[in-house]
Design a protein around this ligand. Structure first.
Ligand code: NDP
Length: 341
């Protein structure tokens, strides 16, 4: 369905923190777009979420939301095990879909979601917000323009402290796709794919089971991805580290890019280019990552360009994260094959 009405109505599937903190505002920032309904598995939670955020309608089932003729697009931000069925239902109802990461718990499930949306001719995209950061977009331009010569290595520092209000299903519900790999490493993989313009082909990794680990779920990981352009990328993720700060580096034959405070939801951070001329700060025009991502999705719904992170990006980044999880489980290197081959 192409949203031709003067107003494109969005339905939220999931009364979640991310919707409350970032996404309702990001949708409302788009001219002609409004959040018209929210669905939760709990009627009272749906009602209070709608009241708090000034959303017209609330309901206690995905089916009811998808039957709403005022909804042309849905944003899915439920826990990870629910994404598959909800995307399939949305596609069947002819709604465009912006789905949270990780798209699903297996590559096959994610491929089924992509297939259903293709057949229904609706746009499906993945909410990998970091691609929209001014920092990562500029790093990508620098790498692709040859500013550091041939890229050889990358490092991602994404060890953070999971705030208490998010210490629920991520730690307590393995069947919901908890753990740091599906929560954070999947973002790192996507950001590296975006910056390097290359695909990961192999992963080695070791998990960490620290103070927040329960039910066998890892709350930290160190991994190395080998990309098809030869780059080795090191990833450090955690829920348990309060003061490390985040960052990303790319090191090439002619220079290095050093970015700090860039693995975050906020439009902040610095990028420095180091080469034989010395060290130059890279100017950045920061903007809200989620607003930019939703804008690209809205344009894609109108047939203008692609989403910032497409459905296919979501599948490929999930495949990389699952390979990291496999490598942790087996203690051996995991191959990452092309999910679309
Ligand atoms: P939340 O824990 O806030 O919400 C997930 C689900 O939990 C909701 O859909 C809701 O179910 C249920 N829930 C919410 N509040 C309560 C409560 N008080 N009691 C019981 N259940 C409750 O998750 P997040 O917002 O942190 O994450 C949601 C999704 O978004 C995940 O897929 C995650 O990976 C992704 N995410 C993406 C980010 C990004 O930047 N791209 C950042 C953060 C998360 P119901 O809808 O049925 O009410």
């Amino acid at each position: 369905m192409t949203p031709t009405q003067s107003r494109t109505g969005w339905g939220l599937i999931g009364a979640s923190t991310i919707a409350r903190q970032w996404m309702v505002e990001a949708i409302r920032a788009q001219a002609g777009h409004e959040v018209v309904a929210v669905a939760s598995s709990n009627a009272e939670r749906a009602r209070s979420f709608a009241t708090e955020l000034g959303i017209e309608r609330s309901c206690d089932s995905v089916a009811a939301l998808l039957a709403d003729p005022g909804v042309q697009a849905v944003y899915i931000s439920t826990t990870n095990e629910l994404h598959r069925e909800q995307v399939l239902a949305a596609a069947q109802a002819g709604k465009h879909v912006l789905c949270e990461k990780p798209l699903a718990l297996t590559v096959d499930d994610a491929l089924a979601m992509v297939g259903a949306c293709r057949r229904a001719r609706v746009v499906m995209a993945t909410n990998h917000h970091l691609r929209n950061a001014a920092s990562h977009r500029r790093i990508r331009e620098l790498v692709q323009s040859g500013a550091i010569g041939k890229p050889l290595f990358a490092r991602v520092f994404h060890a953070v402290h999971l705030p208490p209000h998010l210490q629920g299903w991520r730690l307590d519900k393995p069947q919901a796709g908890g753990g740091v790999i599906l929560d954070i490493a999947v973002h790192d993989a996507d950001t590296l794919r975006f910056i390097l313009g290359a695909e990961p082909v192999e992963a080695v990794a070791l998990p960490h089971f620290g103070s927040l680990s329960r039910h066998g779920l890892e709350d930290g990981v160190m991994a190395v991805l080998r990309f098809d352009n030869g780059v080795l990328a090191q990833i450090h993720d955690a829920f348990t580290v309060k003061h490390a700060g985040t960052g990303l580096e790319v090191h090439g034959t002619e220079g290095s890019i050093v970015a700090r405070d860039v693995m975050t939801q906020r439009p902040v951070g610095t990028v420095v280019l180091r080469n034989s001329d010395g060290e130059q700060p890279v100017p950045l025009e920061h903007e809200n990552l989620y607003v930019r991502g939703v804008a690209a999705f809205c344009a894609a719904m109108q047939g203008k360009g692609a989403a910032a992170a497409t459905a296919e990006d979501g599948v490929r980044s999930l495949a990389a994260a699952l390979a990291i999880a496999d490598a942790c489980r087996t203690g051996t290197a995991a191959r990452i094959s092309d999910p679309f081959a």
